[in-house]
Design a protein around this ligand. Sequence first.
Ligand code: GRF
Length: 211
Amino acid sequence: MKKLRLGVLASGGGTNLQSLIDCCADNSLTAEIAIVISNNPDAGALSRAENAEIKTCCINHRDFDKRAAFDNRVVQQLQESGVELVVLAGFMRIIGPIFLEAFPQQIINIHPALLPAFPGLHVQQQAIDYGARFSGCTVHFVDNGVDTGPIILQAVVPVLEEDRADDLAARILIEEHKIYPQAIQLFAEGRLQIEGRQVHILPTDPNLGSR
Ligand code: GRF
């Protein structure tokens, strides 16, 4: 099977990127990371990519007057790298129409809560403050809303009485590192079919030789 070319966008530490690097290396993910792009020059994700000898590119949003100019630059870089799936891994910029038109149904995100509960930021603290007994993570296609796109996979973790946001975040991250590669593998195998809000997971094709 041909490897799916991923473009990973990350702004932070990059533990999700690392799990994808590891899964590509051990072939549990039939994909290759064509490029890692960050808007943050200090992102740990960039060093992780460099250590793995993956092409990197820093496109600092502060260097652009308008959001559209930044978006066009990132899209151009993804296209030049032959990216087939855009993977948001802690990318702290809004994905607007320029991205969505360039990569229709080809952008996915991971969110550290059980959507549709707790979209947005600081969601581990939100789950604790709300008194939720369970939280988790969600991999979803990106649409024009914030954390609103069709859901691919979710995983659940308990929220414990003594949890601080960091404790809950760490427990959720363990699951993120499992379900993000799984969701990408399903995409690589052509097994995700979007129908309205539903994402159908198709059975494995026994004849699957190439995408
Ligand atoms: C993760 O919690 C992810 O769900 C959210 O941003 C965080 C990124 O963490 N979108 P990392 O940079 O992958 O460690």
